[in-house]
Ligand binder design. Structure first.
Ligand code: HEM
Length: 406
């Protein structure tokens, strides 16, 4: 891995697409945290923070936001107008909970939050268990499978489609739209990626508009019905927000959870950890140990000085969740899995006002499917060393080849 750190100048050069880095970013994180915990990451062109205490504080610091265009114009920021070809994608992002700041964020978040209160989510437990068992039935007799594609990839999309009230038989189509859209959040986006994301946004939004119309007359006990009610009550939710929220939940609810399952299974197999004892603390520890999302950014909403770093209004910063979760200052022996670690204040779900709204659901999925997998597949083992995908901040596996006794 080519990593150069200039601790005096607090700068680091490290290509996020270097396989040695994205396959195991933790040695680089440790080196950077020791030399310059606040550093200018040359390849990204912005300041990043690697210590737990900084990441946790900055996630909650209201001088920073996910969005900047509510307090400054493109002209003031010196930003070019985005290409017209991106309009369908940006139209969706513009109404996304994840990209909004208060007061719009608060209004939308309250509406969405109601669907994720634990009572609503707990109801899904038996359904998630049945789904995991059904999927394992398909390949158990074979004695081997790619558990990423055949297991992890198929559970979260079906669960979120059911919660929303979208036909679960569409899961492949939903995944295709989702993959094309989230590719926009990777490093080094090309025109081809932009065109694909724009086309996926157009198709996904067209499907949902038609589907919402159809569902107006056919309400059920699902999230789409509740969002339709809020929209019809007037003033609470626009049609665009309704559609964007469904898309965001499908995209956000799927990708990170797939990688949460994949990374957890890999970590358990490599470290000889089994789901025995209390499952909830183990799941928290696995999310800390190999978090699925490693980098989120914020904009300085005003001129800010933090840890001696002077930031201009509109300047972007990077919060390294994966590095924070291995910070020895906060987690003794951070590179070891301690199944019952307590306390465990990891930031795998973020923090502050954008804290993952789907965390109760993601936790339930992991707590349900991991014990079932290890119970159903005796002597489960890796069949080959798994590799990560070339998308540093979506820290997830390409495949997870596994075998077991039949
Ligand atoms: C292991 C799985 C998951 C992980 C690691 C994860 C992680 C995160 C993180 C770190 C954030 C904060 C982003 C930021 O601060 O900029 C976030 C936000 C969010 N997540 Fe998750 N997530 C997971 C699963 C889910 C699920 C299952 C759903 C929905 C069904 C979901 C929906 C959302 C939404 C809507 C937001 C935006 C919340 C807001 O801006 O107020 N996530 N997630």
């Amino acid at each position: 891995m080519k990593l150069s750190i200039h601790s005096n100048h607090r700068r680091a050069a490290l290509n996020p697409r270097d396989p040695a880095f994205f396959n195991d970013p933790y040695p680089a994180y440790h080196a950077i945290r020791d030399a310059a915990p606040a550093f200018f990451w040359e390849d990204y062109g912005f300041w990043c923070f690697a210590r737990h205490r900084d990441v946790a504080a900055l996630l909650r610091d209201r001088r920073f936001g996910r969005q900047i265009l509510h307090v400054a114009t493109r002209e003031e920021l010196g930003w070019p107008e985005p290409g017209a070809h991106l309009k369908p994608f940006l139209d969706i992002e513009r109404h996304s909970l994840l990209e909004l700041e208060p007061p719009e964020h608060t209004r939308l978040r309250n509406l969405v939050n109601r669907a994720f209160v634990s009572r609503q989510v707990e109801r899904l437990g038996p359904r998630i268990a049945a789904l995991a068992n059904e999927i394992i039935d398909r390949f158990q007799a074979r004695g081997s499978a790619d558990l990423l594609d055949e297991f992890a990839n198929q559970i979260p999309v079906v669960v979120i489609a059911e919660l929303l009230g979208v036909p679960t038989t569409m899961w492949r189509q939903l995944l295709d739209w989702s993959h094309r859209m989230v590719a926009m959040y990777q490093f080094g986006v090309t025109r081809e990626v932009e065109d694909k994301a724009a086309a996926a946004s157009r198709e996904f939004a067209a499907f949902l508009s038609a589907y919402v119309e159809e569902r107006r007359a056919r309400r059920a006990d699902d999230l789409i019905s509740r969002l339709i009610e809020a929209e019809e009550a007037g003033g609470k939710l626009s049609q665009e927000e309704l559609i964007t929220t469904c898309i965001l939940l499908l995209n956000a609810g799927h990708e990170a959870t797939v990688h949460g399952i994949g990374n957890s299974v890999k970590a358990m197999l490599e470290n000889g950890v089994k789901p025995s004892g209390s499952i909830a603390p183990l799941v928290e520890e696995l999310l800390r140990y190999d978090s699925p999302l490693h980098l989120f950014t914020r904009f300085a909403l005003e001129e800010v000085e933090y840890e001696g770093v002077r930031l201009k209004k509109g300047e972007r910063i990077g919060l390294l969740l994966g590095a924070a979760n291995r910070d020895p200052e906060r987690f003794p022996d951070p590179d070891r899995i301690e199944p019952q670690r307590a306390p465990n204040p990891h930031v795998a779900f973020g923090g502050g006002i954008h804290f993952c709204v789907g965390a109760p659901l993601a936790r339930l999925e992991l707590e349900t499917v991991l014990p079932i997998l290890f119970e159903r597949l005796p002597d489960l083992a890796l069949a080959a060393p798994p590799r990560y995908r070339d998308s540093f901040h979506f820290h997830g596996l390409e495949s997870l080849p596994a075998r077991w006794r039949t």
